[in-house]
Design a binder for this molecule. Sequence first.
Ligand code: ADP
Ligand code: MG
Length: 531
Amino acid sequence: MLKIVIPATLKFRQFYAENKHMNGIRPVREHDIYELMDIAHPDGTVDLDEYLQRVVTKSLEWFDASGISIFVRDGGTDVFRLAKADGLLSKVPKDATIHEGEGIAGLAIAEQTARLLKDPRTEQDLIEKGIKKNEAIGSSLIVPLATRNAGCIGVLNVARSVETGDFQETDLEAAEALGRQLALAVSNARSFSQMATKTQHVMRAIDQVGFGLMLIGQEGEFIDFTSECSTILQSRPREHLTVNTYLPTISPPFQRPLKLGLERAQKGLNYRFRVQDDTRGTSYAVVTSPLANGGLVVAIHDITDHEKAREAYDRIRRLAEIGQMTASIAHELRNPLAGIRSAATMILEDPLLATEFAEIIDREAIKLNQLCGTFLEFAKPISLEYEPIKISDIARNLGVTHASEFEKQHVRLEVKSSGDEPVLFADPLRIEQVMRNLILNALEASTSGQTVTVEIDSYGVVKIQDQGIGMEPHVVDRLFTPFFTTKPSGTGLGLSMCQKIMEAHKSKISVASTPGQGTTVELNFNSKNAA
Ligand code: ADP
Ligand code: MG
């Protein structure tokens, strides 16, 4: 509940306590004061109209007034519209407006000073300005409603009929105190309803994009939810006071994971999970999170279409890969087979050449066998044996193993490791295979005098950089396609294998290259945590 306690109210109360026996002013009960401080209902909603009505009714009684009106500023304009009127002043037309600087009230607004009018005919400045007053009204109190932040946001007019007798200075002081309270209440109610409208807009927008969103308070009570929740969870949160009674009524596949998610959120942890609803053939991504103010939020998104599209895409990609692989395998097998066939033809023509050509047949058969081995190796699923490893150790060992190849081409290999290089949990043999492929590719792209650099930072991000020939964008696009090679004796399986191994480690490999300037391959072992 939004309660406003301000010095003005206390002053108002104190004033009445001191003056209650004077001048016919009625004593103000504490209850009355509190009622004026309460602008929100227990459910948190604010009804400004109802609040103003309370103020009007009370004020008529306290001030022994015959009429009251409250005008409130219209947006950012200098027009004030009638918000509430009672008694004598209820004759004011509903669409009445006051302009800043015009009329008695307009003047009070412009000058931001409250004024007590006894007999309108004796108020010199009003006479000079030609401002007329309602003849039925005797004395009145005109109080601009101003707050420090919002400035003048309205005007309160308390009037007595000619017969009742004039207001006194003490009444003006009391009306000013009431005015300060009223100004705060109006401006708070406005901010409150602006906030509520904004929240409503946001929730509606979230609903429209098909998101289920539930905001849950500290005691498990529903603060807000989008209508999509009822559709996805097949039960209406509206019919429940708390999430505890709601959970057992929702679609069964959600019950357990959502309960777990809410428990985790209560402990301050985020929880993401996927729920599959086999009876409807749908799947959902769900996130439960703690909110900063102590509540919880549940977000549910239908990912059925997304998953179907992904499956279809994966299938097409696999088929395309198989097609490419089959074509490449056929091509690779054809060369040694052609060799074998021509050797056999020679033997048939001249059996005396059998020994010589049998050697060729044997050599080509061995090649065929090796090729089959490579294909099978590539096609096999990867199983990993995790161990703590340091990439810099692996890179340095490879530098030793391949030292003669680097020396022959006059290329340097430099391994740079940040002092706090992390120990990674990975399969050492597989990571060595990745690093070997990348280092040798870099070497093959380099020319005499250049350097291949392996750099590992403190996050475990590895960069293998060369200053070699680089690649055109269309080559970069096809790098990870099995059997894609630009080298006469290349297999085109090196980078595909690297990608397969990195994916098995739930890590990422990426390539950036500029023709003529060199290539950088990046291995990111952190991506599994970020995913
Ligand atoms: P292979 O080395 O057998 O050709 P890879 O999969 O290792 O197969 O590489 C595929 C192709 O990518 C190479 O043929 C080459 O054209 C290109 N490539 C890979 N690494 C580099 C590099 N560091 N610099 C330039 N081109 C490269
Ligand atoms: Mg290679």
